[in-house]
Design a protein around this ligand. Structure first.
Ligand SMILES: Cc1cc2nc3c(=O)[nH]c(=O)nc-3n(C[C@H](O)[C@H](O)[C@H](O)COP(=O)(O)OP(=O)(O)OC[C@H]3O[C@@H](n4cnc5c(N)ncnc54)[C@H](O)[C@@H]3O)c2cc1C
Ligand SMILES: *[C@@H]1O[C@H](CO)[C@@H](O)[C@H](O)[C@H]1NC(C)=O
Ligand SMILES: *[C@@H]1O[C@H](CO)[C@@H](O)[C@H](O)[C@H]1NC(C)=O
Ligand SMILES: *[C@@H]1O[C@H](CO)[C@@H](O)[C@H](O)[C@H]1NC(C)=O
Length: 537
């Protein structure tokens, strides 16, 4: 063991909180590793002279192995394969890192980043592994840092806040918090990761009351490019705190989220699925639009609608929920209640069980994409978008195992107003304007059909955008958590917010480690993949 004792690590972490978070121009990576208790002279760093990327990662992974032993997995090990199949989509499972590092604690995340800098071996970090496209949270030939062991769930003694490690999935969080009649504003489907969902925004069952997940984080503990472990909150590193509320993986690796706790007695709520046939579609889009618009009248209520074809029949599947029991009694659902569903599972339920049940429709191991846009609230667009989707659908007829779905959600004024808490966030949404998020979700079997699928979705989204523009209801925002590899999410936050995010990144990460050495996902100046053939927002 070449880490010189945990006291030293603790001293470094505590010391760093008092110290400036800014990396100086004479920053010395070797010294930073030594400050972390790493005996660099025992690592194979002299071989760094070669600097080919293969040897860079060989050196970095060997060094991690020397320091952390079993926590480093390489491709000849069974545990390596069981790790890679833990990604939701096959596009991510197919990516082969040089090694996987199961980081045991925040200090080891810091060591991994510094070793990446020293060796110039690139890295990625995996939270829940639900981002669908290749390289989002896994890296070909590099170091994939798994955050899974950072799985604290700790309620504060006054029950007002909860520390949640980034390796948790929402199902675990809700099950644990149910014991205290609490919840947090987090994901709606059990196996989704805390890390990715919160850093991209985070739409919850409770968002029209409390806002998005990112707006209910009181403070972040984050490992910066320098290896320093700092707190970002409304009072500490305030600019970094703002940037992390939707800025994704561009600023550091978050090792703890401290959330505001919300009261949820008995873990009780209400929700379920109502399925409708085509004769109800026009009235369904009305019900959807009116519920988005009327949300402030009863923000306990929420909804999404999935449009699809099931066994040759067009159906719409509306997910309706309520943040308390007996949502069926709220007047807010009156319009939905006048429609005849062919099936209806709405019931009193518990948050943890509900989030688990919603995962049934999301199998692992397939090619997957989410791909979306935003428009201003407009009932005509709600009507048109689904028609466009159904018109274009035949172009996927020959795609094996294809399952395209068009999804509608609302960004209500309640959600947007809550974004102003604690100094706001970088998403660029205006509280005067409720919005619709419209995205296509699709799985299919073969890589040979990728172009057909992406071209189909591009056509759908381009046509929706054109109709929105005609009506002056287009909007540049792209929700990171539903965006595809071809979309430039940060550009959609608007030029001022983008420039501000870039300034903050240069301040905390002057060598642009999180832009260059961690190349995956939505970078500040680009989409993950540039391809002019496809819809980019
Ligand atoms: C079935 C399903 C249901 C969903 N439901 C919802 C929902 O209800 N609400 C919603 O808003 N979104 C939802 N999403 C979208 C979801 O938020 C995104 O897919 C998100 O990226 C998943 O986060 P993850 O940690 O699981 O993914 P990962 O692939 O592990 O991470 C995504 C990105 O975040 C980075 N990252 C993760 N953790 C950290 C960290 N601690 N520090 C720095 N970077 C980190 C990763 O490096 C990667 O770049 C859903 C997605 C699916 C597939
Ligand atoms: C960086 O620090 C190491 C170890 O303290 C030292 O040997 C090396 O000379 C330093 N490099 C520079 C460029 O200062
Ligand atoms: C699909 O529809 C056909 C008729 O259109 C019906 O015979 C068949 O049972 C249906 N299959 C399922 C799984 O519903
Ligand atoms: C709502 O559903 C519950 C059972 O889930 C039932 O007892 C109650 O009567 C229903 N209320 C209304 C207004 O339909």
């Amino acid at each position: 063991m070449l880490l010189r004792g945990s006291c030293l690590l603790a001293a470094f972490v505590l010391g760093s909180l008092a110290q400036s978070a800014i990396e100086t121009t004479d920053f010395n990576v070797t010294r930073a590793l030594e400050d972390q208790g790493v005996d660099v002279s025992k690592l194979p760093v002299p071989a760094l002279a070669e600097r080919s990327s293969d040897s860079a990662c060989s050196i970095a992974c060997k060094s991690l192995k020397i320091l952390y032993g079993d926590r480093v997995l390489q491709s000849n090990e069974a545990a390596f394969d069981s790790f890679t199949v833990g990604y939701w989509s096959i596009q991510q499972s197919n990516v082969m890192p040089f090694c996987i590092f199961e980081a045991p604690n925040a200090a080891s995340v810091s060591v991994a980043i510094l070793l990446s800098r020293l060796s110039q071996c690139p890295f990625a970090a995996k939270g829940g592994g639900h981002a669908a496209f290749a390289g989002a949270s896994n890296i070909e030939g590099g170091i994939t840092v798994s955050l899974e062991s950072l799985n604290t769930i700790q309620v504060s003694s006054d029950k007002k806040t909860v520390d949640v490690g980034p390796g948790n999935k929402w199902g675990q969080v809700y099950t644990e918090l149910a014991k205290s009649d609490l919840a947090v504003v987090g994901g709606r489907v059990a196996p989704i990761g805390v890390g990715g969902l919160t850093l991209g925004g985070g739409i919850s069952f409770f968002s029209s009351i409390y806002g998005w997940a990112c707006d209910n984080v009181i403070s972040y503990e984050v490992v910066l490019a320098s290896g320093l472990i700092v707190v970002a909150s409304p009072t500490k590193n305030r600019d970094l705190y703002w940037a992390l509320r939707g800025g994704g993986n561009n600023f550091g690796l978050v090792t703890n989220f401290n959330y505001e706790a919300i009261s949820l007695p008995g873990n009780d709520m209400w929700g379920g699925t109502r399925v409708y046939l085509e004769d109800n579609f026009p009235r369904l889009t009305q019900a959807f639009s009116n519920l988005v618009a009327n949300s402030p009248l009863d923000p306990n209520a929420g909804q999404w609608i999935a449009w699809l074809v099931n066994n040759g029949t067009k159906i719409a599947s509306a997910e309706l929920w309520y943040a308390q029991p007996d949502g069926n009694a709220s007047r807010i659902f009156d319009e939905y209640n006048t429609l005849t569903a062919i099936s209806d599972t709405t019931r009193n339920t518990k948050l943890a069980a509900y989030a688990t049940s919603l995962n049934a429709a999301n199998p692992y191991g397939l090619r997957e994409t989410y791909y979306g846009l935003t428009v201003k609230l407009n009932p005509e667009i709600a009507d048109l978008a689904k028609d466009i989707f159904y018109e274009e659908l035949p172009s996927t007829a020959n795609v094996a195992g294809v399952n395209p779905v068009l999804l509608y959600q609302g960004i209500t004024t309640g959600q947007i107003k809550a974004m102003a808490k604690n100094g706001g966030n970088p998403l660029g949404l205006s509280p005067e304007e409720p919005l619709y998020l419209i995205h296509v979700a699709c799985w299919w079997e073969n890589a040979a059909d990728d172009d057909t699928v992406y071209a189909f979705i591009t056509q759908v989204l381009n046509r929706i955008t054109a109709r929105a523009k005609e009506r002056g209801v287009d909007n540049d925002y792209i929700y990171m958590n539903y965006a595809s590899l071809y979309e430039d999410v940060i550009r959609g936050y608007g030029p001022d917010n983008k420039a501000k995010l870039q300034r903050i990144a240069r301040k905390y990460d002057p060598q642009q480690v999180f832009q260059k050495l961690q190349p995956g996902y939505f970078k500040l100046d680009r989409p993950p993949v540039v391809d002019a053939r496809y819809f980019s927002g």
